[in-house]
Design a protein around this ligand. Structure first.
Ligand SMILES: Nc1ncnc2c1ncn2[C@@H]1O[C@H](COP(=O)(O)OP(=O)(O)OP(=O)(O)O)[C@@H](O)[C@H]1O
Length: 233
């Protein structure tokens, strides 16, 4: 196991200009992630868990601090200051994020929505689609839905498509934001086993979960975000 992410004194604040207010989201955070381990990120609603994941993925720019990531060539890259181009490349090849919401192009069918990370990597389209089929099957998405757009899917179906897309490529760093929030127990079990597999393959995972039994099953450590401090155990 080796460290591939080191976060130091990270903060993210939102300035609401019209109200002249600053919302402190993530208070200073220090954390490290190692290959093949899962760190659970917990804390009360609104404390800044999603914002922290978004800072790592650079959907948000942090207000302060460093997010150092060890890339596949063994170079430390500060994700807070890396160029847009570098970030795009890392997202395409090494870092995946399963958000709470699925965004997709309207006329794209589910098979291709899930295969997209592999298309972007330059994998042959037929091979990418067959991998997409396998993971959709694993997540119990019925075959009749593969050829249609996820636009009309139920919340749980959309979430499973999102997870399938996030897990189809073997990432070095995987960010998961409440991946099992609207799933039934049987599908939750499948998702847990896919996450375990990613861990076994060496992926470093930072995941927001609310369910204590999932955390005890999957997490190697827990980081608690609190309104004015962070405790790691
Ligand atoms: N783009 C934004 N602009 C302004 N405020 C934001 C923005 N994104 C998040 N916030 C605020 O930052 C705070 C933290 O939000 P965040 O979604 O990170 O919390 P969370 O811990 O993930 O919550 P939950 O468990 O409910 O999902 C909230 O007060 C939220 O309203």
């Amino acid at each position: 196991m080796k460290q591939i992410l080191r976060i130091k004194q990270l903060t993210k604040q939102f300035v609401l200009h019209e109200q002249g207010k600053i919302i402190p989201a993530a208070k200073p955070v220090d954390l490290t992630l190692e290959t093949g381990t899962l760190t659970a990120l917990v804390g009360t609603s609104g404390v800044g868990k999603s914002s922290l994941l978004k800072c790592i993925y650079r959907t948000y720019l942090p207000s302060n601090g460093n997010i150092n990531y060890l890339d596949v060539q063994n170079n430390w890259i500060d994700l807070a200051t890396a160029s847009e181009y570098e970030i795009l490349k890392l997202r395409q090849t090494q870092i995946s994020f399963v958000t709470q919401f699925l965004d997709f192009l309207p006329r794209q069918n589910t098979l291709d929505v899930v295969a997209k990370p592999l298309f972007d990597l330059g994998v042959d389209r037929k091979e990418a689609r067959s991998k997409s089929q396998v993971i959709l099957e694993e997540l119990n998405i019925p075959e009749r839905l593969w050829k249609v757009s996820p636009a009309t899917f139920s919340g749980g179906e959309k979430q499973r498509v999102n997870i399938a897309r996030g897990l189809i490529m073997r990432s070095r760093l995987l960010l998961l934001d409440e991946p099992t929030a609207s799933l039934d127990p049987e599908t939750t079990k499948k998702v847990i086993s896919l996450i375990k597999r990613a861990k076994e393959e060496g992926t470093a995972i930072l995941a927001v979960f609310h369910e204590p039994q999932i955390i005890s099953e999957l997490a190697d450590s827990t980081v608690t975000l609190e309104s004015n401090r962070v405790s790691v155990r």
